[in-house]
Design a protein around this ligand. Structure first.
Ligand SMILES: *[C@@H]1O[C@H](CO)[C@@H](O)[C@H](O)[C@H]1NC(C)=O
Ligand SMILES: *[C@@H]1O[C@H](CO)[C@@H](O)[C@H](O)[C@H]1NC(C)=O
Ligand SMILES: *[C@@H]1O[C@H](CO)[C@@H](O)[C@H](O)[C@H]1NC(C)=O
Ligand SMILES: *[C@@H]1O[C@H](CO)[C@@H](O)[C@H](O)[C@H]1NC(C)=O
Ligand SMILES: *[C@@H]1O[C@H](CO)[C@@H](O)[C@H](O)[C@H]1NC(C)=O
Length: 591
């Protein structure tokens, strides 16, 4: 387009036999252009109001051109907002940009009734000054274009409009806002504009300090919106829906486990206690999620536009964060303890008293919660769905390293237990199929619990490893926003599927535990032996089936046990009782 215009101008000047003097550009005349007052900045956005010469009295205007200019000025201001660390004299650049897009206007009177309006183009020397102060501006302005940036002025051919002086040409001097700038610059300030959806805050204002939860994109005062646009809304909705459903189910099932093994259970053995504490801590983790979605994810995690929740300012975030941490740490420790207890009992040695575990786990967990709470480390962070410790080193030292150690010990114990059970059963049972059946359930539990924690562990450290990459990718995000194309821009973080899985895994423990323990025959026995349940079921139907069937299996077990009295699994040799739970219970009895 530009080339075409220049070509037309060339043709025109050639035909009229006019030779352009050095330092001048040549301009096209648009007959219906006018010199009008600046329409003024939009109400919600400061632009050029105090930055135009003569108060913006005479601005070269064609149809809608001022509105279009404002759009372009806004884009340019957005771009230089992110150039603050690379450029000198950006205030002057803003004056220049206003002057370029809202060019001063000169009216030439042709006849008393007819005049023509011509723009004053921006002087090349000023353009050069802007570009030398800020080389990145070169991408947007080409100072060697004499049509837009003449050295001295622009010639307009007015002969078609009846102008006769100087062979019908009219010279308009170029516009140089330098003097005006020097006069008013002390009263004027640099305008930062953040491309949507970024929000403009003031990082030097204590009210909007970064440590209050604002994520500034240096060197600007723009903050990331909250929630951070890591994924499309549809993906966020998916994640939140999953979280709501799983947490609720998991919470209920965990409570059921606690009720079964801890409350109505008459003989609470050590493994039962482990199951209870594990399920209890899972329930606590899920409860935090339920509270979070009860309040509303955005309300809790993003209390103000652009600000993610922090413990100091948002006590609810601190509280749910603390409980979440309490729950998940306890959960990890008890899964380790379960392994140890199991191993001890299979080895038929009581190395530790259960209460030591109780004291140790509780002390450790509470200590880490207190440390994190005292240093105000519970916060929502970027792109997460719950409050927790987000500070890298605190998270690693208070949770992930202990988690790694616990994972290691727990896995070791469980593998040792399987080995032990395998050895024992090899002695007494020759049937291989039976053995496989026996090993299957404990093996699945091992895979699920250890595997789950291993996944969380690997995911976390993988993110930490890539963290620098995510930070620098924010630049691409800004570039995408500045490009202003129609496509949606997303910040870079972990890919969606592993991220989704991370939150899924944290929420599925309650369900897994229910499937393995809550539905086991031991759990059924506990319920059947419960007095209240007995009275309820007998009052509903005197000959209830759940009452009679376990009795049958009991007698079966007893008859079997005489055959295999040498075994750890002595009375659980029934076809579907070969589960880890059984191993625990019976070995404890032996002790
Ligand atoms: C007007 O044009 C004629 C012929 O093209 C030229 O000789 C003359 O110098 C021009 N006058 C001015 C003032 O440029
Ligand atoms: C700057 O602003 C103050 C107060 O608004 C005004 O009194 C002063 O004249 C202004 N100075 C210039 C150079 O415009
Ligand atoms: C930002 O806050 C500081 C401190 O309150 C204040 O001096 C400065 O004028 C503010 N900047 C803007 C652009 O509002
Ligand atoms: C900006 O958008 C154009 C097309 O709209 C594309 O070709 C270009 O690569 C984009 N630039 C950046 C930095 O995203
Ligand atoms: C979301 O984006 C921010 C900024 O790029 C990044 O720091 C964070 O890790 C991302 N989080 C997720 C979960 O994608």
């Amino acid at each position: 387009m530009k080339i075409l215009i220049i070509f037309i101008i060339f043709i025109i000047s050639y035909i009229s036999g006019f030779e352009i003097p050095k330092g001048f550009g040549i301009g096209l005349v648009i007959p219906d252009a006018e010199c009008l007052n600046y329409i003024g900045d939009p109400i919600d956005q400061q632009l050029c109001n105090s930055k135009l010469q003569n108060n913006g009295d005479r601005i070269y205007t064609t149809t809608n051109s001022q509105i279009d200019s404002q759009t372009n000025i806004k884009k340019s201001f957005e771009a230089i907002t992110f150039l603050q660390d690379q450029c000198k004299d950006l205030l002057f650049a803003q004056f220049g940009i206003c002057d370029i897009y809202l060019a001063p206007c000169i009216e030439v009177t042709l006849t008393p009734l007819k005049s023509i309006s011509l723009p004053q183009r921006f002087c090349k020397s000023v353009c050069d000054r802007m570009v030398s102060n800020c080389p990145r501006l070169e991408e947007q302005m080409d100072c060697s274009n004499s049509f837009l940036f003449p050295e001295i002025g622009t010639f307009y051919d007015l002969s078609p409009y009846g102008y006769t002086i100087d062979n019908g040409t009219f010279a308009v001097p170029c516009s140089d806002p330098t003097i005006f700038f020097n006069q008013v610059s002390s009263n004027s300030s640099f305008i930062e504009i953040c491309p949507s959806p970024l929000l403009l805050k003031n990082s030097s204002d204590p009210e909007y300090a970064a440590n209050k939860g604002y994520s500034y994109l240096s060197p600007s005062n723009c903050v990331l919106p909250c929630p951070v646009p890591n994924y499309s809304n549809q993906k966020w909705d998916q994640l939140l829906t999953m979280s709501k459903i799983l947490s609720t189910i998991s919470f209920i099932l965990s409570l059921y486990n606690v009720l079964t093994f801890g409350i109505i259970n008459k003989k609470v053995s050590d493994p039962h206690k482990c199951t209870c504490f594990f399920s209890g801590s899972i329930a606590l983790v899920n409860l935090c999620d339920i509270i979070t979605y009860g309040i509303g994810y955005e309300e809790l995690l993003c209390p103000e536009p652009g600000r993610s929740a922090k413990q100091q300012l948002d006590p609810v975030c601190g509280l749910t964060g603390a409980f979440f941490h309490l729950g998940i740490t306890y959960c990890v420790l008890w899964s380790m303890t379960m392994g140890l207890v199991l191993y001890c009992s299979v080895k038929r040695q009581k190395w530790f008293k259960f209460n030591y575990f109780l004291i140790g786990n509780t002390t450790f967990t509470i200590t880490t919660v207190v440390i994190a709470a005292a240093t105000s480390k519970f916060e929502a962070g970027l792109g997460s769905i719950e409050c927790w410790i987000r500070d890298r080193w605190y998270a690693i030292s208070l949770f992930w390293i202990p988690c790694g150690i616990a994972l290691l010990i727990g896995s070791f114990c469980i593998i040792a237990v399987i080995h032990e059970v395998y050895k024992t059963s090899k002695k007494s049972i020759s049937n291989r199929n039976d053995l496989l059946q026996r090993e299957l359930k404990p093996l699945l539990i091992v895979i699920f619990i250890s595997g789950s924690f291993l996944y969380l562990f690997i995911f976390f450290f993988d993110i930490e490893r890539k963290f620098g990459g995510y930070r620098s990718a924010v630049e691409d995000y800004v570039l995408c926003l500045l490009n202003g194309s129609q496509e949606e821009c997303f910040t870079t973080g972990p890919s969606y599927v592993p991220y989704f899985l991370f939150y899924l895994v944290i929420r599925w423990f309650g369900i897994i535990f229910f499937l393995f323990y809550g539905t086991s025959n031991i759990a059924r026995k506990i319920w059947v032996q419960n007095k209240i349940w007995k009275s309820i079921s007998s009052s509903i139907s005197p000959k209830s089936t759940p009452k009679s069937s376990p009795k049958n299996s009991d007698s079966k077990i007893n008859s079997n046990s005489t055959n295999n009295n040498n075994m750890i699994l002595n009375d659980n040799n029934d076809k579907n009782l070969n589960e880890k739970k059984a191993v625990e219970l019976e070995s404890i009895k032996i002790n």
